[in-house]
Design a binder for this molecule. Structure first.
Ligand SMILES: NC(=O)c1ccc[n+]([C@@H]2O[C@H](COP(=O)([O-])OP(=O)(O)OC[C@H]3O[C@@H](n4cnc5c(N)ncnc54)[C@H](OP(=O)(O)O)[C@@H]3O)[C@@H](O)[C@H]2O)c1
Length: 223
């Protein structure tokens, strides 16, 4: 399986690339600059050569999206969300977009500024149209956690999207990260999932709690 991570040169994309590559998934990270993506991929492959099962590749965002068989992850800042999608939209028919973007307020990571559509996930679905399914996911997982391969991911993953078929395909992919994945409902649910991220950031920054980089966990009875 070959997946693309657009904006994969950033901390969130790199952490996801590492975790998927360790799980045996062929990852291509995308960037606005193919050379930068190749350089980042080379550093990751060199640093983690003992644990990565399949070397990470790096190229520009369009080529990365073209290389993906079925799943394209979007991990750019909200300010670049719509423009990046327009750039790669022609590469997406037949694929599923997994939107990781949190619409954080400019200059304040403890607040959100949701787009008119309601959430980044809904904005992506509106921009791409109904024939390209969008699944929002991984919003509450810290990049620091993802990049620390000495520990398991410390939280669950809530996903949201309007296509049950797409969510059914995305869940086993995400479970390769060794996390529990829960279907939180239609794309509209992403409003809550994305918006809780700044609350986590606020808690994690607080001097009144003895932790950083905590996440969300669904605590089922008896577990
Ligand atoms: N960091 C976290 O802990 C975390 C946790 C959960 C969710 N997220 C979400 O994941 C996404 C990525 O997070 P991040 O911390 O990795 O972000 P980032 O470092 O700010 O950006 C990721 C990549 O996006 C590209 N990019 C930046 N500005 C751009 C622009 N104006 N136009 C096009 N591309 C641009 C850059 O790649 P190139 O320059 O190589 O193109 C950059 O390396 C964000 O939406 C964030 O809300 C992050």
């Amino acid at each position: 399986m070959n997946i693309a991570i657009l904006g994969g040169t950033g901390p969130q994309g790199q952490g996801l690339a590492l975790r998927f590559a360790r799980a045996g998934v062929q990852v291509t990270i995308g960037s606005r600059d193919a050379v930068r993506a190749a350089e980042v991929a080379a550093v990751l492959n060199d640093t983690w050569r003992d644990v990565i099962a399949r070397p990470i590749r790096g190229t520009d965002n369009v080529a990365a999206a073209n290389a993906a068989e079925r799943f394209v992850l979007l991990a750019v800042p909200m300010t670049a969300h719509d423009d990046t999608l327009r750039t790669i939209a022609a590469s997406l028919p037949g694929k599923i977009l997994i939107d990781v973007v949190v619409p954080l307020a400019s200059g304040n990571p403890c607040a959100v500024r949701m787009p008119p559509e309601g959430s980044a996930t809904e904005a992506a679905q509106a921009l791409l149209g109904d024939t390209i399914p969008v699944v929002g996911a991984l919003h509450n997982v810290s990049a620091r956690v993802l990049n620390d391969l000495t520990h398991r991911i410390n939280c669950d993953v809530l996903i949201a999207g309007n296509s049950l078929q797409a969510k059914t395909e995305v869940m086993p992919l995400l479970r390769r990260l060794e996390v529990e994945v829960y279907d939180a409902g239609p794309a509209q649910s992403a409003r809550c999932i994305e918006a809780i991220t700044p609350i986590l950031i606020h808690l994690n920054m607080s001097k009144h709690v003895p932790f950083t980089h905590a996440g969300i966990r669904v605590w089922a009875p008896g577990t």
